[in-house]
Design a protein around this ligand. Structure first.
Ligand code: NDP
Length: 337
């Protein structure tokens, strides 16, 4: 039983030295427990926040020496729980390890979902985040301009496609020409700008001649600086994530932007709202699930998955995610289904 534990609290971008692979015995379930065999592990930006001492408002930090946390799709390998039988495929939170015991409380049976890893991406948490943030907070109207960065990532790729479906004009921002080509040619974005190319602010202004009505905030940093002057009166800004700041890299120095930001919010009557997707499962997940399954079946939304093989490769795959190497939802295939 391999597991990857947090060895050090990273400074800046994590390195492979910040985690450690350990071997332990496979545990045996007690009465009321199941033993889970991890098949797929989700890699998500929030894991970087949980490596810090402070953790987040919605989850405590990973303790030093403890396995890294994470959403998983697992097979029930042994069961002493009345609701779960051996062989069943379940969604849960086994973390970065081969095997784990569970009391079943946080497990959800996936039935015969054809591609169970989609429960971690295009039919699960990241796509649900895109749906709630865009539709409930962003509320794009037909003909409006929607901008989203990390446009070919797990959340952004779905934001752009739903916005197109709602009749908006969609401008993506992504890291690299290949990703941008993919966003336009495969996902149907109207325009996609490479954030590494010079002159992002000028290019964005040219790509948004009618200004920006909805900015779905995934990244912060220099992208937000480029967006702010283009926001229209009454613009909506769902604040989903600020990945540019998770490693403490951008904007540690430089001019204070607070006055400029507050003045724009005030004078343009902008509604900026943060949200944490965990709050919305009770009232919105079912509707999301129904809509999303339909849009995927109709070919309106394409699900992009970026699969890395082997638990031992999770650390480099995670660092790569923070550096923008992924195209679509990054998952680790830990064992064959
Ligand atoms: P992605 O699949 O989008 O992967 C992360 C991407 O972020 C990278 O591929 C890279 O794309 C981009 N990125 C990395 N560093 C920077 C940077 N310095 N500036 C701009 N872009 C950068 O991840 P997710 O779709 O899972 O997450 C997207 C955002 O949504 C994150 O901020 C995450 O924390 C947030 N989130 C929030 C939730 C909530 O409940 N509020 C729930 C789920 C996610 P590229 O190189 O193409 O720009």
């Amino acid at each position: 039983n391999r597991r990857i534990v947090l060895a050090n609290r990273p400074r800046g971008l994590p390195t492979t030295q910040d985690v450690r692979l350990e071997e332990t015995a496979v545990p045996m379930p007690d009465e009321g427990q199941v033993l889970l065999r991890t098949l797929y592990l989700s890699l998500d930006p929030y894991m970087r926040n949980l490596m810090d001492e402070a953790g987040t408002s919605y989850a405590p930090p990973v303790a030093l020496g403890a396995p890294m946390v994470g959403g998983t799709v697992s097979r029930v390998a042994a069961s002493r729980h009345p609701q779960f039988r051996v062989g069943e495929i379940v969604l849960g939170n086994a973390g970065w390890q081969d095997y784990v015991l569970s009391d079943g409380k946080d497990l959800q049976a996936l039935g015969d979902m054809p591609q169970p890893s989609f429960a971690l991406g295009g039919l699960g948490m990241p796509a649900f985040t895109a749906y709630v943030g865009l539709l409930d907070i962003g509320q794009p109207q037909a003909g409006e301009t929607v901008v989203v960065a990390a446009a070919t990532g797990a959340v952004g790729s779905v934001v752009g496609q739903i916005a197109k479906h709602k009749g908006a004009r969609v401008v993506g921002i992504a890291g690299g020409a290949d990703k941008c080509r993919h966003a336009v040619e495969e996902l149907g974005f109207d325009v996609c700008l490479d954030r590494h190319a010079p002159g992002l602010a000028e290019q964005l202004a040219a790509a948004c001649p009618d200004g920006i009505d909805v900015y779905f905030e995934n990244v912060g940093g220099v992208v937000f600086d480029a967006v702010l002057p283009l926001l229209n009166i009454g613009a909506r800004v769902p604040v989903c994530g600020v990945i540019a700041h998770y490693n403490g890299a951008e904007h540690t120095s430089g001019p204070d932007r607070l006055a400029q930001t507050m003045t724009a919010l005030l004078q343009k009557r902008i509604r900026m709202q943060g949200f944490i997707i965990l709050d919305h499962y009770g009232d919105r997940f079912e509707t999301f699930s129904r809509d999303m399954s339909q849009w995927v079946a109709e070919g309106r939304v394409k699900l992009l998955e970026d699969v890395v093989d082997g638990l031992e490769n999770a650390p480099t795959a995670f660092i790569g995610l923070l550096e923008g190497q992924n195209l679509g939802k990054r998952v680790v295939r830990v064992a064959a289904a």
